[in-house]
Design a protein around this ligand. Structure first.
Ligand SMILES: CC(C)(COP(=O)(O)OP(=O)(O)OC[C@H]1O[C@@H](n2cnc3c(N)ncnc32)[C@H](O)[C@@H]1OP(=O)(O)O)[C@@H](O)C(=O)NCCC(=O)NCCS
Length: 187
């Protein structure tokens, strides 16, 4: 129910507070891999912490704001995608993602973000989808480029991790650009 197939045995569906136990288990596999690249409050060590993260998203979703979706591969939560920010009044949103190491390299994220963009542009009439990542996050930069997002510039020394400061790059794709790459569907 409420799930979309994104690959062989891989589904994308809303990740909600009742998944806190699964999310915490997944974080024990993903934490070290994602910690340098994602917001500090996202990586949790406990079920309560996992529930708090998912509850923050659930509350935001109830207010038509941020949203989070999990990726299950053969029934195991292996990562996900989210609208880090979602502002229908201004038509702007930002998409983010993460995977545990065993799920990297199979195209799950590119396919999932395509689905989020389709929903944002077509169903919600958004004008702009943004992607922000550390400039040295090669795999994340590759996703943005694969999705034909354009680099808009670098926020110098704006990301802090483990006492060091890093540059962050902003990518985006506009509704007009995204529509022009879609195949025309005959009426
Ligand atoms: C960023 C991250 C989610 C990207 O994961 P990813 O697996 O590289 O991205 P995708 O799921 O889109 O997969 C792309 C890879 O699958 C391959 N692939 C296979 N089938 C594919 C398909 N149908 N479509 C697209 N790519 C496919 C691609 O060739 C690519 O592999 P390659 O880079 O070795 O050539 C992952 O590296 C990660 O979790 N990093 C840590 C957390 C993080 O950085 N989050 C983002 C913060 S901004």
């Amino acid at each position: 129910m409420f799930e979309t197939l994104v690959g062989d045995g891989v589904v994308l569906k809303p990740l909600e507070p009742w998944h806190a136990g699964e999310f915490a288990e997944h974080m024990s596999r993903a934490g070290d891999h994602i910690r340098p690249w994602v917001g500090p409050t996202f990586v949790t060590d406990t079920v309560d912490g996992a529930r708090a993260t998912l509850q923050r998203y659930a509350t935001a979703t109830a207010n038509d704001g941020a949203r989070i979706y999990g990726l299950w591969n053969d029934g195991t939560l292996v990562g996900g995608v989210m609208f880090v920010a979602f502002d229908p009044m201004w038509g702007n949103c930002e998409v983010g993602c993460w995977l545990e190491p065993g799920a990297v390299g199979a195209g799950f994220i590119t396919r999932s973000v395509e689905l989020l963009m389709e929903w944002a542009f077509l169903e919600r009439g958004m004008s702009r989808v943004e992607w922000r990542c550390r400039t040295d996050n090669d795999r994340s930069v590759a996703v943005a480029r694969r999705l034909e997002m354009r680099s808009e510039g670098v926020l110098r020394s704006s990301w802090v991790y483990d006492g060091n400061r890093y540059d962050k790059e902003v990518f985006s794709i506009l509704r007009t650009e995204w529509m022009s790459t879609r195949p025309v569907i005959a009426q």
